[in-house]
Design a protein around this ligand. Sequence first.
Ligand code: ATP
Ligand code: MG
Length: 190
Amino acid sequence: MSVRLFFALWPNDALREQIWRVSRRGVTACEGRPVIRENLHMTLAFLGSVNAELLPRIRAAAADIQMPGFEFRLDEMGYWVRPRALVIQPASFPAALPALVQALWQALGPLQLTGKPGAAGAYRPHVTIARKAVCPAELVLETPVHWVVRDFCLVSSVTDPAGARYEPLARYHLLQADTQANDSRGIGAC
Ligand code: ATP
Ligand code: MG
């Protein structure tokens, strides 16, 4: 059996609500297919379809990661022409974000997943808010969203006739600034 997997920053309910609220105007203007509220996330690494037997090793690889938490602001609305996606994205972000992505791919390296990992250098952090979109006349995000990242999730993607449904399988804590001297990692269910 195979599962479709990706690692992501998974917003808590309050943050999810904010992302939802600030993106409404753009989503309406783009005439596209809105990403449902429960699916809003920022992909870190897309693994694609993998053999379910690899799950324990994937979880273990992620649990080994010791990286600091970080923060950024989603402060731009953008339109990606080729995937016809409307996104919100940070104009700038700390190096800790691509470093986490790189650490994930490095940790997953020995598993030799057949999915094609994008080069970490090409990583473009974003939250997709609509697909099959046209570019709105105005690409404006009136209120930026502050994202405090303290953990990341392994998520499974199930394709239903109605669209993709995401299920967080595990949450991995990042190190906190004041406790980095200690091993403050933890793992738990989402
Ligand atoms: P659908 O493919 O049914 O339209 P979806 O794109 O929301 O739905 P998935 O294809 O399972 O669902 O993708 C899960 C997440 O991984 C999404 O954030 C998607 O943008 C991202 N993703 C999918 N394919 C790739 C890829 N080849 N490279 C990088 N990220 C990807
Ligand atoms: Mg897809």
